[in-house]
Design a protein around this ligand. Sequence first.
Ligand code: FAD
Ligand code: NAG
Ligand code: NAG
Ligand code: NAG
Ligand code: NAG
Ligand code: NAG
Length: 526
Amino acid sequence: MSPPVFLLIIIFMFINLSQGMQMPYMTSDPKEISGKSFDYIVVGGGTAGCSIAATLSDKFSVLVIERGGSPFGDPLVEERKYFGYSLLKTDEYSSVAQSFTSRDGIENYRGRVLGGSSAINGGFYSRASEEFIKKAGWDKNLVQDSYKWVESKVVFMPQLTQWQSVVQFGFLEAGFFPYNGYSLEHTQGTKIGGSIYDQCGKRHTSADLLGFGKPNCITVLLNATVKSVIFDGNKTRAVGVRFMKSDGDSSKTYKAHVEKHRGEVILAAGSLGSPHILLLSGIGPENHLNDFDIPVTVNLKQVGRKMSDNPGISLLVDRFSQNRTLEPPQVAAIAEDYKFILESEVFPTNLTTTRISIAAKIAFPKSRGRLKLNSTNPRENPSVKFNYLESKEDLDACLEMVLLLQHVARSETVTLFLGTQTQEKLLGGDEELKSFCKDNVRTYYHYHGGCVVGSVVDEDYKVNGVKRLRVIDGSTFEESPGTNPMATVLMLGRYQGIKILRERETEEKEEDKRFLSPQGSPQPQP
Ligand SMILES: Cc1cc2nc3c(=O)[nH]c(=O)nc-3n(C[C@H](O)[C@H](O)[C@H](O)COP(=O)(O)OP(=O)(O)OC[C@H]3O[C@@H](n4cnc5c(N)ncnc54)[C@H](O)[C@@H]3O)c2cc1C
Ligand SMILES: *[C@@H]1O[C@H](CO)[C@@H](O)[C@H](O)[C@H]1NC(C)=O
Ligand SMILES: *[C@@H]1O[C@H](CO)[C@@H](O)[C@H](O)[C@H]1NC(C)=O
Ligand SMILES: *[C@@H]1O[C@H](CO)[C@@H](O)[C@H](O)[C@H]1NC(C)=O
Ligand SMILES: *[C@@H]1O[C@H](CO)[C@@H](O)[C@H](O)[C@H]1NC(C)=O
Ligand SMILES: *[C@@H]1O[C@H](CO)[C@@H](O)[C@H](O)[C@H]1NC(C)=O
């Protein structure tokens, strides 16, 4: 017996409704966009960029320019069973993850696809602490609403995988109390965080958010790299951007403009991308721009300064076990008065073997570094140095962190689960711990800074010294939100988008008032 046709139709409609949400128009042909104007141009369709674009589309036309391709239907992005593979499979100009090595010698990654780093990351979702939000001077209620907007769309409660349950007990055995269960809040102790992987193991990136604004007001140009911002004749305001195809002929340049009256260019190209584009647009330290013969638009010394990355240490607890199921982090310990964040994952080392490590980061490191140009090619990585563990405080914190990690690695739960055969020798003594830290420091991928609020952008995220240009992404953080930053970057896009909508509404009302008042009444055109 076959099921009745109407039932099939209903099932089919349901599948269509849940999967086929309306997405904006996307193209990879720069000629389609060349010469056009939009209310807003968002540079970089990453974690913050998609969130901003979706929000602004409610009232305005938005162009998103993303150097990478589409995440939709790409198993390397979407499927949890391939978690981490995108980092193994990188190339110079087209892979979804672009690798870079900082001048400290540490290997690192940046997203290069619509969805940005939310398409290649661990997917662990955790809000910033109340204290962080207070310090940033943000409106608490709007922050709450913005987090909730994001969470209702791309955040899920994970079902603990096998190793994550073991680690959770390991954290508790090591004394990271209280146990907070499933929580999106950044509070001390051990918790299960949110995830952008859903219950079926499918990743939802920030690109999904584009379906929740007014998709028909958004145009997405993929596979196009922005070279620089265009300014008006006397360099007082941004009027558009220059871009080129990400692959193919780089000498062919195209332009798009923002609407004359109030249009803006918003950089959301990430902590490496946004300071990079500012420098290529002549906004940065004069001497450095002179070295590359870039005409100075604004001599802004702080561009590329205050680059920071949270130093991480990971202790291998199971080296190259056959092929365990890959596990993104789901459980975290927030330890020693918010100083350290501990997590664990099962990560691929190649197509057949996996590695399990227990890792921790210093939440608020003191060391700062710098980003500089290495060439004027916008497709190449800029050069960046983070100066890991340069400050004595960071090095001291690292020693403490290694001891905590050893507690977890030696906990009964972890040893029982893995057996003891793979245990590294126990470290002790300041000198031994110090050299271990220096030799093994790594990234937790939470690098930030370069266009910091208060030095490169003002409180409204407007670039100092020029009008109609903002930066809204992880590059504006002087400190990372303590916890994993993605939640707060997604929130920031929504939050600043709403602020811009409100700002324009106020301005337009005032303009109407002037327009209607007797003195200011417009003269008839000759
Ligand atoms: C491997 C890895 C794992 C991580 N794990 C986690 C985690 O589990 N939880 C968590 O909270 N955080 C995690 N993070 C950190 C988090 O993902 C990032 O901090 C956050 O996504 C940064 O957002 P962003 O908007 O600043 O930049 P991005 O999301 O990187 O977006 C920048 C976008 O701009 C585009 N772009 C850059 N230059 C140009 C140009 N010239 N023209 C056009 N487009 C351009 C890029 O292609 C990219 O799409 C991880 C990061 C990495 C790399
Ligand atoms: C866009 O770039 C991606 C990644 O490099 C590539 O797979 C895709 O084919 C490109 N699309 C077009 C239309 O050029
Ligand atoms: C230059 O700036 C002045 C004042 O800011 C403005 O009135 C003028 O129109 C600008 N000129 C050009 C060519 O943009
Ligand atoms: C390893 O993975 C392959 C393919 O997914 C599977 O067939 C095999 O059973 C796995 N082996 C182990 C030891 O888990
Ligand atoms: C994967 O890595 C392991 C450990 O380094 C190595 O022994 C193995 O040969 C590698 N396999 C492949 C297919 O590269
Ligand atoms: C800078 O460019 C040079 C030459 O193009 C290259 O050899 C070097 O690796 C680059 N450095 C970085 C940090 O990318």
